[in-house]
Write a protein of this length. Structure first.
Length: 364
């Protein structure tokens, strides 16, 4: 159960291919996946990889009931015409500081150009991201890319984060800006020339609805390590403290306090098996908010998520010790017990890497 007394967590599908698509995946499915999650969604992207709860929210105008449904979110193409940032409308965003940055320095990003209660991805791209796609265009002082790129294809898809706009449509976020970013498997030094890279913000479901500002690093004193970056971890393993016993019979309520969230952001709770880090989370977790999760993945809305972190980025939630896990979209129920460990996941609804896992022990 979440703080409101309802289980509130869902999961995203973890890709296995090097380009963020499942091995052997049809290119149309790969495109669909990128359109639905894009920068900073729960898959390898600016938001990283799904943990357990992937953007669990529902659009107020959407009336869907998918509990027990055989349809998986990846089976429906709701983003066939969504933008990839190649025709950005150049929404106004503020980024600061923008000059004399050092590796990993945090910058603040603010904008009131997005709709209320929407998921916005914030990340770092090469300057080519905002340039027209012209294979023959010269690129002085910008190195050599494997192929002409722009839009999302010119962005580091393993860094960045996702954030929720508030009721007024205000985005207020902070992200670290690395000196070296990895684009299409190749590392690039953002300090190689002034304004070599951009800080970008875009709707998670349509990156044409985006804006960007260039950033510059202080003159480097050491050569850049151009080793391609690693995929973002599935969870940041936020600090979590159980204030009630985590051992008990099925149904015993466990109360946990999680810190390190973004102040005021929407938060979800789920119960999962211990396999959630190595398996498709849709197959190892359960929630009562499946329809909300579907709406969020497809539409990027957190309008109906009732629970929020407090002003310090903390939330206290309760959930029952599960007797078993009933996956939302496939398979039989999975047992929880001494030989089959399970746990409680508390995660940001906008970016599931901001999450915590609390193991529980079932006594029968």
């Amino acid at each position: 159960m979440g703080p409101s007394g309802e289980v509130g967590g869902d999961r995203g599908r973890a890709p296995t291919g090097p380009d963020g698509a499942a091995d052997g995946e049809d290119p149309r499915h790969r495109r669909r996946r990128r359109l639905l999650v894009g920068l900073g969604c729960g898959l390898p992207s600016l938001a990283g990889t799904a943990v357990v709860v992937v953007v669990v929210a529902s659009l107020a105008s959407l009336s869907l009931s998918l509990e027990g449904c055989e349809v998986r979110p990846g089976d429906i193409d709701l983003g066939a015409n969504a933008g990839k940032g190649r025709r950005s409308v150049d929404l106004p965003i503020e980024v600061g500081p923008r000059t004399d940055l050092v590796d990993g320095q945090a910058v603040f990003v603010r904008s009131d150009a997005f709709p209320p209660h929407r998921v916005v991805a914030v990340g770092v791209c090469l300057r080519e991201a905002e340039e027209p796609l012209d294979p023959g265009a010269p690129r002085p002082d910008r190195g050599v890319l494997p192929a002409p790129l722009n839009g999302l294809d010119a962005c580091d898809t393993d860094t960045g984060a996702r954030f929720a706009t508030d009721a007024r449509g205000v985005l207020a976020a902070a992200i670290p800006v690395p000196r070296v970013i990895t684009v299409q498997g190749t590392a690039h030094d953002c300090a190689s020339s002034p304004e070599r890279c951009l800080v970008v913000a875009g709707l998670s479901t349509d990156f044409d609805q985006s804006g960007a500002e260039p950033v510059s690093f202080a003159p480097p004193t050491t050569p850049a390590d151009l080793t391609p970056g690693r995929p973002r971890p599935r969870t940041l393993a936020l600090p979590a403290t159980a204030t009630t016993p985590t051992t008990g019979s099925p149904g015993t309520e466990v109360t946990v306090t999680v810190t390190g969230l973004v102040p005021g952001e929407p938060v979800l709770v789920a119960t999962c098996t211990a396999d959630f880090l190595g398996s498709d989370p849709w197959d190892v977790c359960q929630t009562d908010a499946t329809s909300a999760a579907f709406a969020a993945i497809a539409l990027g809305s957190v309008a109906d998520v009732p629970d929020r972190a407090d002003a310090a980025g903390r939330i206290t939630a309760t959930a029952p010790i599960p007797a078993h896990i009933q996956p939302a979209f496939s398979g039989p129920s999975l047992p929880c017990g001494p030989d089959d460990p399970c746990g409680i996941v508390v995660a940001s609804a906008a970016d599931t890497t901001r999450s915590a896992y609390v193991p529980v022990t079932v006594v029968r």
